[in-house]
Write a protein that binds this ligand. Structure first.
Ligand code: FES
Ligand code: FES
Length: 152
């Protein structure tokens, strides 16, 4: 059936079953392959995108749940003030294989969007995404650079 969703500010129409995971629609129908498939069970965060500014795990969100909402993927983050998270990742040279990193960046950007007054420690505590390469120290460094005037 035809479904209309808004992704990165653009209205898109796709033919999909309403129960299709949003991640499949983004990757297979819209060719937005930044969000990755990791566990498919809402556990790892590799598939993180924003739904109305909040981070969600798109492998467990049916595309019907995105109708009427603003979906933003890593491909559209550069058009927002939260592009500074990508800049911080680059400056700290966080990625190793890189597979988990779009989800990491979108998760941190989503936490900051939801809680602009969060401290670095709070952002780190809320970040539950998994990195098989173990880049957690660099991730913590990158998060800290987003808060140049604070500690913790
Ligand atoms: Fe979605 Fe792991 S692939 S949480
Ligand atoms: Fe390889 Fe995170 S950088 S899984």
């Amino acid at each position: 059936m035809a479904i209309k969703i808004t992704v990165n500010g653009q209205e898109r129409r796709i033919a999909a079953d309403p129960d299709t995971p949003l991640l499949w629609v983004l990757r297979d129908e819209l060719r937005l392959t930044g969000a990755k498939f990791g566990c498919g069970a809402g556990q790892c965060g590799a598939c993180t995108v924003h739904l109305n500014g909040a981070p969600v795990r798109s492998c467990v969100v049916p595309v019907s749940g995105a109708v009427g909402a603003d979906v933003r993927t890593i491909e559209g983050l550069a058009d927002t003030p939260l592009a500074r998270v990508q800049d911080a990742w680059l400056a700290a040279q966080v990625p190793q294989c890189g597979y988990c990193q779009p989800g990491m960046i979108m998760a941190v950007a989503g936490i900051l969007a939801e809680s602009p007054a969060a401290t670095p420690a709070e952002v780190r505590a809320r970040l539950t995404n998994i990195c098989r390469c173990g880049t957690y120290d660099r991730i913590a460094q990158a998060i800290d650079t987003l808060f140049p005037a604070t500690t913790g």
